[in-house]
Design a binder for this molecule. Structure first.
Ligand SMILES: Cc1cc2nc3c(=O)[nH]c(=O)nc-3n(C[C@H](O)[C@H](O)[C@H](O)COP(=O)(O)OP(=O)(O)OC[C@H]3O[C@@H](n4cnc5c(N)ncnc54)[C@H](O)[C@@H]3O)c2cc1C
Length: 486
């Protein structure tokens, strides 16, 4: 099928592609957002630490260092607009030995160079008073009030929903298989449709080198750097109140202890170079590394409290910086190598890319009026009175689907209306299945509701897209059920 002429096709609906599509949707443009997965955000953007970094961890001589702080500042208005889980909890980077102290000095220098206020050195006593679970072996630390935690998948869904509400065309299950340039038009081929467009933005994460190669643009290779994360039972809520960082190494920021937006404690990530970018296995070795690192910061942490684990893969390129810019192929823009802090920087990357397109000749008349999306209801966060009122007006809010996270049938129905087509899509939008029992109680009900609302057989419902069916319709069917979280 051939689709109408587009101004921009964005390949990849992770946080970066979604933010770009959302930014472009503010203008009178024809934009299509393509992803090979069943839903947006199912790549690296669903499997990370969910931290909006404070900006002082990266130097100013890299693009990622410059975009991190700008991105950090853009998250509040996005959250106001889209209503995803986001909280500025602050952070403490702690020094455990004298040898760590220069790293703290470096963080302060970065903050001064970027004019980031409020970043200050804390004494051991101040740290122990503010975070009593942090090791008594701490000797000093650097505090920043700017660091935040976010539900990254909710942010992707919100960005995409708002973009679609403003005429961006989203096509999932659409892997780009070929790119061809003729005159001033690109032809973007997927198995189900071809798209003619003036500009192509390559935001394909781990697939970015393959997309660039299709466009005839070579010169970089993507290497996968896997990170494992471990989520602990909610009874440990408030074990720490700020994100606790060790002093960083050249390879990574180290293993962190993270109070997530939803009230769990997360331990991770690890950093391991992998040959297979699709390798998102968690391992005993990874767990040992993560907990050994985290226990140096917070000694009371225990593997016994783990309720879920997952891994994501950072898309790194040589030089460890972001690779964003126009290429020798006219109208083809690379947004590649978006490793950490890509989540933090995503809104700034989106503006940067919009500027590149403008300078590349794309006219962007702003829309006089934007369509706003309604914020999703999170029943568990409402007051008892608000819950009663909602339950009185819509009986679906009287029926609890997920007991661990107190998710109602009304929220599940709303998530399906907003675009969830898989069990993971429901989980990431509503938290159904993210609690202590990890879907043991609610998975069947979610499958039934997806089947009923989408008008498909239960055997056609998948966990995260084709091949991940959950219900047998023949005894010899292959079923894939993997523990995965969050
Ligand atoms: C363990 C871990 C922890 C991290 N923690 C943080 C953190 O706390 N803070 C932070 O700022 N950053 C963090 N990051 C980095 C952050 O997650 C990434 O920078 C960010 O998610 C990258 O987003 P993206 O949109 O570029 O990639 P992705 O989310 O991977 O999106 C790329 C999309 O392209 C699609 N795609 C690929 N090939 C094709 C094709 N041929 N056709 C169509 N679609 C295609 C994929 O399906 C995917 O959805 C972390 C990363 C990891 C792995």
């Amino acid at each position: 099928m051939s689709e109408p002429m587009q101004d921009v096709v964005v390949v990849g609906a992770g946080i970066v592609g979604a933010a770009i599509a959302h930014e472009l949707s503010r203008n009178e443009l024809a934009v299509t957002l393509l992803d090979r997965e069943a839903e947006a955000g199912f790549g690296t953007s669903k499997a990370n630490s969910g931290i909006i970094h404070g900006g002082h961890h990266t130097d100013t001589d890299t693009l990622k260092g410059r975009l991190e702080w700008v991105g950090n500042q853009l998250w509040d208005p996005l959250c106001d607009e889209l209503g995803f889980g986001f909280a500025r909890v602050g952070e403490l980077t702690v020094a455990l030995t004298e040898a760590d102290l220069p790293a703290l000095d470096h963080l302060i220098e970065n903050a001064e160079e970027k004019d980031i206020g409020g970043v200050e050195v804390w004494s051991r006593d101040r740290i122990c008073a503010a975070e009593p679970q942090v090791t008594r072996g701490v000797i000093a630390g650097v505090f920043s009030p700017h660091t935040a935690v976010v539900n990254p998948y909710e942010a992707v869904f919100g960005l995409v929903e708002a973009a679609v509400a403003n005429n961006v065309r989203l096509r999932t299950l659409s892997p780009v298989t070929d790119l061809h340039h003729d005159g001033d038009t690109w032809t973007v081929t997927t198995p189900s449709a071809t798209f003619a467009t003036r500009f192509v933005v390559n935001a394909a994460g781990l697939g970015a080198a393959a997309i660039a190669h299709m466009a005839g643009v070579d010169g970089f290779e993507i290497r996968g750097r896997k990170g494992e994360e471990y989520l602990l039972d909610k009874r440990l809520r408030h074990l720490v109140r700020r994100v606790i960082y060790p002093c960083p190494t050249p390879l990574s920021k180290g293993t962190l202890v993270i109070p997530t937006y939803d009230g769990t404690i997360m331990v991770g990530p690890t950093a391991e170079e992998v040959d297979d970018p699709d390798d998102v296995t968690t391992t005993t070795a990874g767990e040992s590394t993560a907990f050994a690192g985290a226990r140096r910061l917070v000694p009371s942490l225990s593997e016994r409290d783990v309720i879920a684990q997952f891994a994501g893969t950072r898309a790194t390129i040589r030089g460890d910086d972001f690779l964003i810019g126009p290429t020798e192929a006219p109208g083809f823009v690379n947004v590649a190598g978006i490793q950490s802090p890509g989540l933090t920087a995503a809104p700034a990357i989106a503006r940067y890319v919009a500027d590149l397109l403008r300078h590349g000749g794309l006219e962007m008349p702003p829309k006089p009026l934007l369509n706003m999306i309604e914020r999703p209801v999170h029943f568990a966060s409402l007051t008892t009175e608000q819950q009663r009122t909602l339950a009185d007006t819509d009986e679906r809010y009287r029926r609890i689907v997920c007991r661990c996270e107190f998710v109602t049938e009304g929220e599940v129905g709303d998530a399906i209306e907003r675009g969830a087509t898989t069990v993971d899509g429901l989980k990431f939008r509503t938290r159904a299945g993210m609690g202590r029992c990890q879907g043991g109680f609610c998975a069947t009900r979610c499958i039934e509701l997806l089947s009923a609302d989408l008008g498909i057989e239960m055997s056609e419902v998948t966990k995260r897209g084709p091949g991940s069916w959950l219900v047998l319709d023949r005894p010899d069917d292959e079923v894939m059920i993997e523990p995965e979280a969050p």
